[in-house]
Design a protein around this ligand. Structure first.
Ligand code: CMP
Length: 145
């Protein structure tokens, strides 16, 4: 498959906003820590309340984020999820379900924490996305009230 070779994976990583601007060395480090996984539509990728063990990035397909069985967001190719539990050590905040067949890059929790320490640019970009998601959630709440 097209991401099974590390050079292919690095070429793909370069195009993902989360990894754009990172050095070849950093991309190589990230590519070494990732597995490629394919799943079917309807597959539960993270379950609200469960222990978080992986960071996941959508290569192809889309997924729905649900909190208390209600949809709260949609994630497309290039977007990531599963970072929150790995950062704060708390249970998964939401359930993420594949809306189509999905190809994922998966990083186990230990490798993810090592990457955050080894690649400062990655930490900053993940923080920016967390801020964006919080702002979107706040805007959604304000619109309801
Ligand atoms: P985590 O809590 O580890 O597992 C569920 C994931 O869903 C969570 O990390 C985030 O990556 C993602 N998630 C939770 N809430 C939102 C949201 N409002 N918008 C986008 N993604 C979210």
């Amino acid at each position: 498959m097209f991401l099974s070779r590390r050079p292919d994976r690095i070429d793909w990583l370069k195009k993902v906003p989360l990894f754009s601007g990172l050095s070849r060395r950093d991309l190589d480090l990230i590519a070494r820590q990732t597995d490629v996984v394919r799943t079917h539509e309807g597959k539960v990728l993270t379950r609200q309340g469960a222990l978080g063990e992986e960071f996941l990035l959508i290569v192809d397909g889309s997924a729905r984020v649900e909190r208390d069985a209600k949809p709260i967001a949609r994630l497309e190719a290039g977007e990531f999820f599963g970072e929150m539990s790995l950062i704060d050590g708390k249970p998964r905040s939401a359930t993420v379900i594949a809306e189509t067949p999905v190809t994922l890059l998966v990083v186990d929790g230990r490798s993810f924490r090592c990457l955050l320490d080894a690649v400062p640019g990655l930490r900053r970009k993940i923080s920016v996305t967390l801020c964006e998601r919080l702002r979107a959630a706040d805007a959604g709440l304000a619109a309801q009230n």
